[in-house]
Write a protein that binds this ligand. Structure first.
Ligand code: MN
Length: 365
């Protein structure tokens, strides 16, 4: 059953008369209509009988080609989308209705507009309902994610090849993204991260003017968006020879990553996957230096439900996709992270990226 039909079928269970959805990714997920409205309102209204899309006038014709949406209502910049919504729904008895909203996305200004339109209505979150639909990917979605992963592997290779003494982090970023653009990739999943040596000790550091010196590590974390679906991969490589201390740290992260990834199978809990990696790092004495969750879901967004984090108890199912990305970060020394994203299969998991995880040594140039 397609997600929209599934969602409509559950309206009566929660006694909801109307759903108001204005997250463009959710609208794309439910209807196939993809648009970035920037600050303008793009809203999908769903009742048991009807779907309507409120859309900026510029996108009206494109939206009308969509076969899933019953009614498309365009508004010009000088018109109010809220009036369009009010007029469209005026025939329905919504005064004391329950209206479903995505509480993790709806901004306060729009919530207040809805409350003005329906002063006596109650608003209920459908966030977890939508998350539960999105969390298991269809074969069609997985095809896009595999392709996004393939591009991430290419991007890593471009990055490895770009390394030379004296190059700045931001130059390597530029070379990677330039190659991706030439291959037709419109956007990266997030700002490409390339960090040298001790600069990588901050897990979310920003690439800058730091230049590469021989015999230090380089941390890459990147991904692309392909047909609306994301990839995400991290590799840490050596530029020249690194110390045996650093090689030992790398080995710990590698074992944590590979062991956790190999253990993934249906019915495990998210928290238990996290513990497998975390225990290996803790037993090696570096537990305090693994300062983030093991992973996160991904799909249309590069960070989405579920979290693979300590204490989480979601039972994983076939078709769920998430990252496995342990790391060790030691101030002043190094940051090491190794990440693959996987899809859960009948008996295990399959990664979206294939770049080797054994320590790559890039010769000094
Ligand atoms: Mn990630």
């Amino acid at each position: 059953m397609d997600p929209l039909t599934h969602l409509i079928n559950t309206l009566s269970e929660q006694a909801l008369s109307l759903l108001y959805i204005d997250n463009p990714l959710t609208i794309n997920y439910l209807t196939g209509f993809l648009s970035n409205p920037h600050e303008r309102v793009l809203a999908l209204l769903i009742t048991e009988q009807h779907t309507a899309l409120i859309v900026p006038k510029m996108e009206e014709n494109e939206a009308k080609e969509n076969k899933v949406i019953d009614t498309v209502l365009g508004y010009k910049d000088e018109e109010s989308p809220w009036e369009k919504i009010q007029n469209h729904l005026s025939g329905l008895q919504l005064n004391h209705a329950s209206i479903g909203i995505e509480s993790d996305y709806l901004i306060m200004d729009r919530y207040n507009q809805l409350k003005q339109l329906f002063p006596d209505a109650t608003f209920e979150s459908i966030t977890s309902r939508i998350q539960n639909l999105k969390v298991t990917k269809t074969e069609g979605e997985l095809e896009q994610m595999r392709e996004a992963g393939r591009f991430a592997d290419i991007a890593l290779k471009v990055g490895f090849n770009a390394l030379k003494t004296g190059i700045a982090e931001e130059e390597v970023v530029a070379l990677i993204e330039y190659e991706m653009k030439k291959l037709g990739i419109k956007e990266m999943s997030f700002d490409t991260m390339v960090l040298f040596g001790d600069h990588a000790a901050s897990p979310h550091g920003t690439p800058g003017k730091r230049t590469l010196q021989p015999n230090e590590l380089v941390l890459f974390d990147l991904g692309v968006v392909y047909n609306g679906y994301t990839s995400d991969v991290s590799r840490t490589v050596a530029y020249g020879e690194v110390s045996s201390k650093i090689k030992d740290l790398y080995e710990v992260v590698l074992q944590a990553q590979k062991t956790a990834q190999a253990a993934v199978k249906p019915e495990m809990t998210t928290g238990s996957i996290d513990s497998i990696a975390r225990d290996i790092i803790s037993q090696a004495g570096y537990g305090d230096y693994f300062i983030h969750r093991l992973g996160h879901g991904l799909g249309q967004s590069v960070h989405e439900y579920p979290d693979i984090a300590p204490g989480t108890r979601l039972s994983i199912k076939k078709g769920m996709c998430f990252s496995i990305e342990p790391g060790i970060y030691i101030e002043g020394l190094a940051g090491i992270r190794i990440e693959d994203c996987v899809v859960v299969t009948d008996s295990g998991s399959e990664p979206f990226t294939e770049t080797t995880k054994e320590l790559i040594v890039v010769p000094v140039k």
